[in-house]
Design a protein around this ligand. Structure first.
Ligand code: SF4
Length: 404
């Protein structure tokens, strides 16, 4: 049930990452651009209100209005004075990105197609599971890392999302479930930064957004319910513990460097040993003990799903505090990979469990709306031209069809 999205021109909002902070500077200097308050952390909001000569508590009031009560204008803010509301309307705004389409799967999964500036559409997916509701959030328009099993990678790359565009995905999803109302249901209970893009390549905006997700005056999610997933940008991972204490997942997908170099090309720069060391340092820097790194391993038929791969993985992770999440590969256009068989998945899981690892298999959800893991593609105005190259290579590799 894939829908084709035709992006419209949006030159008025054609801004690069960091627009909110830049706009804040303009407001400070008395310029006319409006600051989008949606993406500002509490500290940045306090700084913004200070420029208006307003005390700190105003920032807290407005933060709650936006992220707990879903306000998108200042008029509704009944505990803010009329004169301040008028002043805010002149210099600020609350502008979420636009929802182009909402797709609901038969299994309860909900996908949002979200238009962001620069003629792009990103995807956000909500996956309900009992009393848990997980939102998979995008951090970039496309991705520059080009993992071979990932639909996003095949789309090329356009730009980083701003903090407003990242936290805006949470705002949009929570609002769609009536969560942002007084005593609204807690439908979005978990957030994973596993959508389009590599979160650590958009470090500041992702950190600001995750901290808003966990802030008591915003969404108030526990640090155990917000997870950043990285394919291994080691220098940024080494900085992460100074800025957040969210959970960590590593997109591993291979038990040795030779295979991982093929599947996750950034491995050529930051090989597995370096990545696991950095991830362990992150976990060890957390004040709470017993934290585990989630290892994500996509199982691709005949590529990385053999019993010897499972045995090798078990040895590799012996001294790292991990739990393992196996993800059956989800096919998409432009990929010749096949999903591992149920038998291979079961065998792989058994080997890891016998070796003592907590090992789960991710259930495929939202298949009918192309919302399954690894299938998110959106509509990327690719500045790298990589998407064209992938398409040409894929078409060349197809067997010739004999007609007649
Ligand atoms: S798996 Fe993640 S890092 Fe790799 S191409 Fe896809 S979005 Fe980028």
């Amino acid at each position: 049930m894939a829908e084709q999205i035709i992006p419209t021109s949006d030159t008025a909002q054609n801004s690069a990452a960091g627009t909110e902070v830049a706009a804040l500077d303009v407001a400070v200097a008395g310029g006319s651009a409006k600051v989008n308050l949606l993406g500002l952390s509490e500290e940045k909001l306090i700084a913004f209100f200070a420029t208006l000569g307003e005390p700190k508590f105003r920032a807290v009031q407005v933060l709650k209005w936006i992220h707990q009560l879903g306000a998108d204008n200042f008029e509704d803010m009944s505990n803010v004075s009329k004169s301040l509301r008028a002043k805010l309307s002149e210099c600020a705004e609350i502008r979420p990105p636009e929802v182009v389409k909402q797709l609901d799967s038969a299994d309860g999964t909900r996908k949002f197609l979200i238009r962001v500036s620069g003629n792009n559409v990103v995807e956000t997916v909500f996956i309900p599971d009992g009393d848990r509701g997980t939102l998979c959030v995008s951090s970039q328009v496309g991705c520059s890392l080009d993992c071979s099993f990932c639909a996003t990678g095949k789309q090329g790359f356009n730009r980083d999302l701003t903090a407003a565009e990242i936290i805006g995905q949470v705002w949009i999803a929570a609002k769609s479930f009536g969560q942002l109302t007084m005593n609204g249901p807690r439908t979005v209970t978990n957030v994973v930064m596993m959508g389009m893009g590599e979160p650590l390549l958009n470090f500041d905006n992702v950190v600001d957004s995750m901290n808003l997700m966990m802030h008591d005056n915003a969404y108030g999610l526990s640090k155990r319910r917000v997870t950043l997933s990285t394919s291994g940008v080691v220098p940024q991972l080494d900085r992460l513990s100074q800025f957040t204490d969210a959970c960590l997942a590593i997109s591993l997908h291979a038990p040795n460097d030779e295979l991982r170099n093929e599947l996750v090309p950034i491995n050529r720069k930051y090989p597995i040993a370096m990545l696991l060391d950095s991830a362990t340092r992150y976990i060890n820097a957390m004040p709470d003990t017993h934290r585990k790194i989630t290892i994500e391993y996509t199982l691709i038929d005949q590529v990385n799903d053999r019993p010897h791969h499972a045995h090798e993985l078990a040895v590799l992770l012996r001294d790292v505090p991990v739990k393992i999440n196996l993800i059956p590969f989800n096919p998409f256009n432009l990929s010749n990979y096949k999903r591992a068989s149920n038998n291979a998945i079961r065998k792989f899981q058994d080997i890891l469990m016998e070796a003592g690892y907590i090992t789960t298999v991710r259930t495929t959800r939202g298949d009918d709306i192309d919302a399954a893991c690894g299938q998110l593609a959106g509509s990327v105005n690719d500045i790298t031209k990589r998407s064209e190259r992938h398409k040409a290579r894929f078409e060349e590799a197809q067997p010739v069809k004999i007609i007649g």
